[in-house]
Design a protein around this ligand. Structure first.
Ligand SMILES: CC(C)(COP(=O)(O)OP(=O)(O)OC[C@H]1O[C@@H](n2cnc3c(N)ncnc32)[C@H](O)[C@@H]1OP(=O)(O)O)[C@@H](O)C(=O)NCCC(=O)NCCS
Length: 369
């Protein structure tokens, strides 16, 4: 072996070590080009949300439709949850199809090509497949993000909050520069439409953001708090994994969501105020500094009770639950998208997102818009 070849081999293995998984996808020439584009002082990078995209399926379902087959009423659903409508995916649509549409829109708004993306993170509780392939890999292929690593993140309705912090961590560590973060759900596939306690609460949809490592500009995911309490895992489940014995007679019941509403409700009210207060305190801020709190859209009564507990007007909370219901991991990016579309977010505004759900998981992100 000539000196040049040994040198090249060493240089490439050094590259691979320094760039980890990212270089694994690239040829030597592309890897060199990629490394040459990386900033010298990566720790100075800020994780900036540069665009938001969203997708809702065509079919919109009002509360009245449940009355045809369920012992319920528009009055009960509206007064107990705040929900009026939800969207339902077509039979041919899976989580990747919804996520793909939201991702395309967020890339377009950011003025980026799929080839610019280093990492695709998909937060979902209703992936296309149980286990693998990941929904992220399916989107990676469909969108043509040929340089991207891709994986799913399972933290139920807190998934998007977890994914934003994961994106931020990849960026500030220098492992990725452009991250596509997607929250996508086809909840209608895991709902028992004979169970009035659960089926009226959830909807389908997807939201996506591009998070970019930038040195300049004020916008930034400043801080996050992520927490979990597995001791209450049983109060919200989607069975059908390796805990479940496969019996033919189990049928589709084996994949329906189960929930104990009351403990989830109490947990949610408590953790919303805990997360918001925690993020404010450790960043030297007070509630008045926040333009909006963007909560997971699970139940308007949860949001009202959390507002009371925090001692703020419910107006401080952005809500769109009336139009889309609980879309699990898609809930917060769909809310952010609505806020942008309605002109509610101005450059420099401070907001806190706060999520809670199965796991149990909870957490929030402090963001300067
Ligand atoms: C689900 C939730 C709205 C139920 O409200 P609640 O005040 O706790 O009501 P309960 O479960 O005690 O049920 C009260 C009654 O309403 C009934 N009820 C439940 N769903 C109903 C519906 N869709 N229509 C009519 N009645 C309904 C119950 O059957 C019960 O009737 P009963 O008294 O005859 O037994 C509430 O517990 C909740 O929002 N929990 C959090 C759920 C959540 O957000 N999960 C996702 C987190 S990510």
């Amino acid at each position: 072996m000539s000196i040049e070849i040994i040198f090249l081999a060493n240089a490439l293995s050094d590259l691979a070590l320094r760039c980890g998984h990212l270089v694994g996808n690239l040829g030597p020439a592309e890897a060199r080009e990629y490394l040459s584009q990386r900033p010298e002082e990566e720790s100075l990078l800020r994780a900036q949300i540069c665009s938001v995209g969203a997708y809702l399926p065509k079919k919109r379902m009002g509360n009245q439709e449940f009355i045809k087959f369920l012992d319920t009423s528009d009055e009960w659903i509206t007064s107990n949850t705040g929900i009026k409508y939800r969207y339902v995916a077509g039979e041919e649509q899976a989580a990747s199809d919804l996520g793909l549409e939201a991702a395309k829109k967020s890339l377009e708004k950011a003025g980026l090509s799929p080839r610019d993306i280093d990492l695709i993170l998909v937060a979902t509780a209703t992936p296309d497949y149980r286990g693998f392939p990941s929904t992220a890999c399916i989107i990676q292929d469909k969108i043509g993000a040929t340089h991207a690593a891709a994986f799913d993140l399972s933290a139920a309705c807190t998934g998007f909050v977890y994914a934003l912090e994961t994106a931020r961590s990849y960026i500030i560590s220098g492992s990725a520069r452009k991250v596509l973060v997607i929250g996508t759900e086809v909840n209608s596939r895991i709902l028992d439409y004979n169970d009035r306690n659960t089926c009226v609460l959830f909807g389908d949809g997807a939201g996506a953001v591009v998070v970019s490592g930038e040195r300049d500009g004020g916008s930034e995911i400043i801080d996050s708090i992520l927490r979990s309490d597995g001791s209450k895992a049983h109060v919200l489940t989607i069975p059908g994994g390796s805990r479940t014995q496969v019996h033919p007679e189990l049928g589709s019941n084996g994949q329906y969501l189960t929930m104990e509403g009351r403990p989830v409700y109490k947990f949610a009210v408590r953790v919303i105020s805990e997360i918001v207060t925690g993020l404010l305190e450790r960043n030297g801020l007070v509630l008045e500094d926040l333009e909006f709190i963007v909560p997971h859209q699970a139940n308007i009564r949860i949001i009202q009770a959390a507002a009371k507990r925090l001692g703020v007007s419910v107006e401080k909370f952005f809500t769109n639950i009336q139009d889309v219901a609980n879309t699990s991991a898609a809930s917060i990016p769909l809310a952010l998208h609505d806020m942008v579309e309605k002109g509610k977010l101005q450059t420099g505004d401070l907001i806190v997102t706060v999520g809670f759900g199965g796991g149990l998981t909870y957490g929030g992100n402090l963001i300067r818009w």
